[in-house]
Design a protein around this ligand. Structure first.
Ligand code: PGA
Length: 264
């Protein structure tokens, strides 16, 4: 039987300062003591990775250190960019690619998202590839097409032996930071369709193992109804990850729901 363990990510985006980042991670670690059955990662801003990583190590925490972005080249004249080797050196084990703010605010193309996704997985790190439709695309009935295209383009040339390090985050752009959440049924529907695309690319068994998290205005009050959906394997949390108690409530909801048994 294939089971998927829930995975919760806290994407701090361009928030906190050094003191706030330290306080936040201490609060998260304290709130999660003894909790099992769920994988947790936090994604602090680059300048605070070492500070947050040191606190995680000092506390012996299982919370993983993640990066919000990375560049795909190894080294060289790329002013302002950060390489995967540098991130690994800072204790990072999981990297976000294709986040909607990188795609739509910073103008990252599909080609760049693809290069980054490929590089993260090839480097032996875990990758959370984010996909999701904009409001206009949803209103035109193109949600599934957009998700399929972003998954296929993001994973082009990624060999099957690397996808055990892959998580997909379905984040409808209109739900990110807006207080609007996809209904549990809509999220489930999108996740199932994404899983079918993964099955087409890698076979049903591999697809059944890949976690698909939901992102977009997840809070303590709506986490459970989303996570109980068969193909919603946790969440990528933005705003609500900036308050330790709220984030801990969300992680606890995922732990309570527990594993999803893969049906295929
Ligand atoms: P949000 O952000 O929870 O603030 O909507 C989610 C994300 O962008 O990962």
């Amino acid at each position: 039987m294939i089971t998927r363990r829930p995975f919760i990510g806290g994407n701090w985006k361009m928030n906190t300062d050094r003191a706030a980042a330290s306080g936040l991670i201490r609060g998260v670690v304290d709130g999660l003591v003894g909790l099992q059955g769920v994988d947790v990662a936090v994604f602090p801003p680059f300048p605070y990775l070492l500070t947050v990583g040191a606190i995680l190590r000092e506390r012996g925490s299982a919370v993983r250190l993640g990066a919000q972005d990375a560049y795909f080249e190894g080294d060289g004249a790329f002013t302002g960019e950060v390489s995967l080797a540098m991130l690994r050196d800072c204790g990072v084990s999981v990297v976000l690619t294709g986040h909607s703010e990188r795609r739509h605010v910073l103008g990252e193309s599909e080609t760049i998202v693809h290069s980054k996704t490929k590089a993260v997985l090839a480097a032996g790190l875990e990758c959370i590839l984010c996909v999701g439709e904009r409001l206009d695309e949803r209103e035109e009935g193109r949600t599934d097409m957009v998700n399929e295209e972003q998954v296929r383009l993001g994973l082009r040339e990624v060999p099957p032996e690397q996808v055990d390090r892959l998580t997909i985050a379905y984040e409808p752009v209109w739900a990110i930071g807006t207080g609007r959440t996809a209904s549990p049924a809509d999220a489930q529907d999108a996740h199932l369709k994404i899983r079918k695309v993964l099955a087409d690319l890698y076979g049903r068994e591999v697809a059944a193992r890949i976690r698909i998290m939901y992102g977009g205005s997840v809070k303590g009050t709506n986490a459970r109804e989303l996570f109980v959906q068969q193909d919603v394997d946790g969440g990528l949390i933005g705003g609500a990850s900036l308050k330790a108690s709220e984030f801990v409530t969300i992680v606890r909801a995922a732990a309570q729901v527990g594993m999803h048994e893969a049906r295929f």
